[in-house]
Design a protein around this ligand. Sequence first.
Ligand code: ADP
Ligand code: MG
Length: 386
Amino acid sequence: MNESALDAANSFADTFGYPADGVWSAPGRVNLIGEHTDYNLGFVLPFAIDRRTTVALAKRADQTCRVASSFFDEIIECDRADLSPTSVSGWAAYPLGVAWVLGQEAGDLSRLPGFDIYIRSSVPVGAGLSSSAALESAVAVALNDTWNLNFDRRALARAGRRAENEVVGAPTGIMDQSASLLGEADSAVFLDCRSLESRTVPLNLARDGLSVLIIDTGIAHANANGGYADRRASCELGATMLQVESLRDVMVDDLVRARTVLDDVTFRRVRHIVTENQRVLDTVRALERGSARDIGGLLDASHRSMRDDFEISVPELDLAVDAAVKSGAIGARMTGGGFGGAAIALINRGDLSIVQDALADAFAERHLAQPQVFVVEAAQGARRER
Ligand code: ADP
Ligand code: MG
């Protein structure tokens, strides 16, 4: 058993006074390319990372549900029959929200027993690595096994998303849960957000001597939610004016005509989505036919598009990307919703300390707080640990 599984099992026993039935885990994720394309029914290419949320769980004889987490000094308790989107709040809305959704989807609620859960995690919260999906997915696989529900991975991803949308109240797409549940070692998950079809794409980072670096700026902008809503509205306006169901239906060649129909701002928002979808497809083709070495230009172009056309970058992210590329990164881009958060850089394994030093110098020179810089591996999705 790995160390985190053992830790979770031990914390469970310490907290609840009896041993867990089993331990399950699910990873956080990072999006390699395909930003703001999800709600435009386009393409995304995230991968699961080697930072995981681990849950130890035991089924109870009664209907009580208790959840505890190493991140919080409290045990949240409720009766399974009382579980509803409004009966839970705070961090417990993630694990108990998943329990509520799975109970709903299983139909026959009365046969499902209560449970105790202890949660531990190495996924940093709020760094854009989706600690929320890691938690939802770990609880989803744990309850799927414990309650013998036999839902497949795609159904569990939808359940996690429903919990986040309907119980937590965050209007997120299905990307994060898909990466966390469908990820495979050294591979990315290519997801079509319209059909919800997906397949894994080999990254072969180890074979090619490459690493992916996360550069977390620690910047969280107050206008992130407003900015997100505003960009969504621009995309909807663009689709309406171009008379398509979604921007997924606009091709790069259509942009010439789009420029004559749309105002400048809407046109640039649309151009980001349309070219970003194409970049995801080009990235998948490059990875399947060649190597991640071939995607540097696509990562760089994605960043420029977010900076200049979609206007969701911030100076700290631009600085991180510039410093990484200037010190030898193969490609770099901001990742996530924007207005702060993290950038990723694809680098040669041997260049790690050169790029790290360059980043430290660049931020120090501008008197900015140092970013958190760390390497992530593409990891296997949710699994039972013991
Ligand atoms: P992220 O980008 O990390 O997904 P979110 O705001 O979507 O950020 O989700 C973070 C929230 O998820 C936390 O504030 C907390 O409520 C919950 N969460 C994540 N990990 C844990 C954990 N290990 N234990 C308890 N709650 C967690
Ligand atoms: Mg999240």
